[in-house]
Design a binder for this molecule. Structure first.
Ligand SMILES: Nc1ncnc2c1ncn2[C@@H]1O[C@H](COP(=O)(O)OP(=O)(O)OP(=O)(O)O)[C@@H](O)[C@H]1O
Ligand SMILES: [Mg+2]
Length: 408
């Protein structure tokens, strides 16, 4: 690590909860030292509906995280999701005039890959190098020192709606914080849950949250495909509320306590108490009936994720199978159901690779928050070109906020 005991904060603004996680980067790695969470209100499909609610949620989460860690938080790595976030592969080609490839050539080739048509209302968030081609020889991880006349960089480019980026910057700045970088959520999650072996062998990360299911496919050690589907655990809660005729809050509680993604795993004798609406008496309902409401919905989410993977063309490269994370991955039976749907090995993943208060982040729901810190620590080691760009924007909004406060 280039700096010792740096404090990095991951801010995951999810559709169901906003979480700030504080990590301390030591010479031995990252220690988690604090966490704060606030339920998100009025967030739909990853898009901010109400800035005031978002600001309030960020403030609550950050205050709590500051309190627990005993650290003052000045800046954060923020996750971005929603179906406006899109990934696509691109190619950058440069001439190297028959000499050895150097770092400059690599940067020029990556820069050249930016030449894709980006609509005016969208911005490039990430340019993620996959591999390089020198004079037609493909699959090169590091082309530096090779001789040739033509260098191609294969990259994965992530773009997002400018309005969503501006909303994030505005909300974070209104809490008085700077932004270190804005990171595609599933990219952050991969940092916390995938092993290098899985990335080499080929793996699909599937983060099933409240309103979004985010997918990232790795093969041959680099990111190949990303996608976000507007599906998640909140729909299961609505189905339970409708199917068992019970209020939404009770449906959510029932899902967390008794939910199961595979009806065949539930014994016939088990029953649960279901509150009724309109002051009627609670009812005893077979837990299998609850399973029959949940199973088709989870199967549908997993099937859409599978279709997306098939569409990407990388289905046959996933020797390490699928890794499920996000709050909805906590549902018992979901791993078994995923193995049936994908016909591949599956596992449930909590964030790993960090020390300190690991118990407070030991849930698939914290993969993005922890992953943002890991992502940040890697950027400390290298250049954070895009972080700096956002940071400048952040400062503009910060001074704007100060100007408003001074004015009124
Ligand atoms: N033990 C559990 N069993 C089943 N579902 C659960 C459990 N715990 C949380 N969930 C569900 O997980 C979802 C929230 O997951 P998560 O915290 O990853 O979402 P989020 O990051 O806020 O949302 P998104 O990523 O979609 O913006 C909710 O639908 C919640 O009901
Ligand atoms: Mg999430």
């Amino acid at each position: 690590m280039s700096a010792k005991n740096e404090i990095l904060v991951g801010l995951d603004i999810g559709t169901t909860k906003t979480t700030a996680i504080v990590g301390e980067v030591t010479e031995n790695g990252i220690d988690i030292i604090g966490i704060g969470t606030s339920p998100s209100k009025e967030m739909r499909k990853g898009a901010v509906v109400n800035i005031d609610n978002m600001v309030e949620a960020i403030k609550t989460a950050v205050d709590e995280a500051e309190h627990m860690s005993g650290c003052r938080i000045n800046s954060v790595y923020v996750g971005i999701a929603g179906n406006h976030v899109k990934g696509q592969n691109s190619l950058g080609i440069v001439s190297i005039k028959g000499r050895e490839v150097d770092e400059d050539d690599v940067q020029r080739a990556i820069e050249a890959s930016r030449a894709i048509a980006v609509p005016v209302d969208r911005e490039i968030m990430h340019i993620l190098p996959q591999n390089y081609v020198v004079d037609g020889q493909d699959g090169i991880k590091d082309p530096k020192g090779m001789s040739g006349v033509r260098l191609e960089a294969k990259v994965h480019i992530v773009t997002a709606a400018s309005s969503a980026i501006q909303n994030i910057i505005k909300s974070v700045n209104r809490v008085g914080l700077d932004i270190d970088d804005i990171v595609m959520e599933q990219l952050a999650a991969t940092e916390a849950v995938l092993s290098l072996d899985e990335k080499d062998l080929g793996v699909a990360l599937i983060d099933i949250g409240g309103a979004n299911t985010s997918i990232a496919i790795y093969a041959e050690g680099s990111i190949k495909h990303t996608a976000i589907l507007p599906l998640g655990g909140n729909y299961i809660t609505s189905d339970i509320a409708t199917g068992l005729r019970t209020p939404l809050n009770d449906a959510e509680e029932i899902k967390l306590k008794y939910g199961c993604a595979l009806t065949s795993m539930i014994s016939k004798e088990e029953t649960i108490r279901v509150p009724s609406v309109g002051g009627r008496e609670d009812r005893e309902v077979s837990r299998q009936i609850l399973g029959r409401v949940i199973e088709p919905r989870i199967e549908e989410i997993l099937s859409f994720a599978f279709k997306e993977i098939v569409r990407s063309g990388f289905e046959d490269l996933l020797a390490a199978g699928v890794v499920l994370t996000g709050g909805t991955a906590l549902l018992p039976g979901i791993v078994e159901l995923a193995e049936q749907v994908f016909d591949m090995p599956a596992r449930r993943a909590n964030p790993t690779g960090v020390g300190g208060l690991t118990d407070v982040v030991n849930s698939p729901a914290h993969s993005v928050g922890v992953g943002l810190i890991v992502y940040g620590s890697k950027q400390m080691e290298g250049a954070s070109v895009y972080g700096k760009k956002i940071n400048i924007l952040g400062r503009i909004f910060r001074s704007f906020k100060k100007w408003i406060l001074d004015f009124f």
